[in-house]
Design a binder for this molecule. Structure first.
Ligand SMILES: Cc1cc2nc3c(=O)[nH]c(=O)nc-3n(C[C@H](O)[C@H](O)[C@H](O)COP(=O)(O)OP(=O)(O)OC[C@H]3O[C@@H](n4cnc5c(N)ncnc54)[C@H](O)[C@@H]3O)c2cc1C
Length: 436
């Protein structure tokens, strides 16, 4: 088969290399160095734009499991990362330059891959059998508009506002109560943290004095009104949050009937009961400050964070609206999206989607259709996230245990993770090595 892959970042390179190992012919198009992004600094392929960390090496951590599964399926990114690994305690960190140099060498020497250094602005497949769009969070503007057209101007975003996520088992439930605003729904989607006037005023004052990450030049200085950082809302006046995300109306206490002065709502993450999102709390606060300020919320004093809030430039499509679990677009099953643009987040997850897309294309080439990997694997969970999350609330996500389907049931957490890992690894080993 002939496949055109647009973007030679982590996902594009991983995808191209896996396809080439299967004997497919790949045209890989990368716009750098002629045109760069605001974050890339070199012309190397697979450049890591920021930290040098592939995060936890522990297999009982969801991202650790993801890396182990990728390795089992022959991931080139993991192989290059292992070659460039540097000591970093429990984390899997690499020498960024060595890593990208090795990725570049591997792609350039791969039989079956033709690398073109050119910007692509069209989604025309021409005489290619498949097209893979892997242009990442900083997709060039002309292509952004083409993708927007292709999706019917419905569901392509370029700004990412993320609220923190906290673990359910770290919450003090004696201070929280279940209730949807005005009692709508079955009442089990939202937990509410009520605040007295004194608590609210202390909280707003902490928000206003918190240290923020500076704006980078690749970020938009102006935020959409719909996703303002919580500290910016607070800066508009002491009462503004009480009329915004912390509005207490319709959230009277179900037992006492009292209306609190203000309320923080925690919403169940789409696919799990283990994690809660702080509604409307997207933030640019530095991580230690987020911890300090959010732990002032009643019931969250000892909360552990599954993800911290953040805001940055990030092109991603509304996966649940437009993608199948195989990352094919619903509009054209020969056009795939891969990498961070699908709404996964992070180096490892983006590379993983590149690997998955190669696998699915190869499967289609051989048998006419592709079967998504089971959702109890970390790889399969990424497809679940992009295709089965709520389209109304779709936000980019790292891989978490909340996304990975539970095949174990109620047992102690440590034992549960071990058994989930064993089940996932067993499944992946049965699927065999891509190109192996
Ligand atoms: C500022 C910033 C900091 C980040 N920090 C981290 C971090 O510390 N850790 C982490 O895990 N993740 C981080 N991320 C997320 C990170 O970018 C992704 O996890 C990962 O790089 C995504 O891989 P990708 O292959 O999807 O996209 P990329 O790696 O960005 O690759 C996309 C490639 O497509 C090319 N391209 C774009 N448009 C076109 C076009 N029209 N034609 C041809 N080529 C094109 C780009 O030049 C690029 O090489 C950060 C993102 C940003 C923007």
């Amino acid at each position: 088969m002939k496949v055109k892959v647009i973007g030679a970042g982590l996902a594009g390179c991983e995808c191209a290399l896996a396809l080439a190992r299967h004997g497919h012919l790949v045209e890989l198009c990368e716009m750098r160095p002629a045109k760069s992004t605001a974050a890339h600094q070199t012309s190397n392929l697979g450049e890591l734009v920021c930290s040098n960390s592939f995060r936890s090496a522990a297999i009982t951590n969801a991202v650790g499991l993801l890396k182990a599964e990728m390795k089992m399926l022959g991931s080139a990114v993991i192989a290059c990362a292992e070659g460039a690994r540097v000591p970093a305690g429990d984390a899997f960190a690499v020498d960024r330059e060595r890593f990208a140099a090795e990725m570049t060498r591997t792609v350039e020497s791969a039989p079956g891959i033709r690398l073109h250094r050119e910007e692509v602005t069209s989604l025309d497949r021409g005489d290619y059998d498949f097209l893979v769009v892997a242009t990442g969070p900083l997709t060039s503007e002309p292509l952004f508009h083409t993708i927007d057209e292709f999706l019917g101007r419905d569901g392509l975003y370029f700004y990412d506002a993320i609220a923190p996520i906290v673990a359910a088992d770290s919450l003090d439930m004696s201070k929280l109560y279940w209730k949807s605003r005005y009692g709508k729904g079955d009442g089990s989607d939202y937990l509410n943290a009520p605040m007295s006037q004194e608590e609210y005023e202390a909280f707003v004052s902490a928000l206003l004095s918190a240290e923020l990450y500076p704006l980078h030049d690749f970020e938009h200085a102006v935020h959409f009104e719909g996703c303002l950082p919580v500290e910016e809302i607070a800066s508009r006046g002491i009462e503004t949050l009480r009329f915004g995300p912390m509005k207490p109306v319709g959230l009277e206490h179900p037992v006492t009937g009292e209306r609190p002065h203000a309320v923080v709502q925690l919403r169940k993450e789409d696919l799990s009961d283990e994690y809660f999102n702080l509604v409307g709390f997207q933030t640019k606060m530095k991580v230690p400050e987020q911890k300090r300020v959010m732990q002032m919320i009643p019931g969250l004093e000892n909360c552990s964070f599954a993800r911290f809030g953040s805001m940055h430039r990030n092109t991603f499509i509304n996966g649940p609206k437009h993608l199948r679990p195989t990352f094919q677009t619903k509009a054209d099953d020969r056009i795939f999206f891969a990498g961070q643009i699908t709404g996964v987040e992070g180096y490892v997850e983006s590379s993983a989607v590149g690997l998955l897309v190669a696998r699915y294309i190869d499967e289609i080439a051989r048998s006419g259709s592709a079967t998504p990997l089971p959702y109890h694997t970390a790889l399969g969970a990424l497809g679940r996230h992009v295709s089965e999350s709520s389209p109304e609330r779709y936000q980019p996500s790292n891989v978490t245990w909340g996304l990975i389907a539970d095949v174990v049931g109620r047992v102690k957490k440590i034992e549960k993770r071990e058994r989930q890992v064993a089940a996932a690894m067993q499944t992946i080993s049965e699927l065999g090595k891509i190109g192996g």
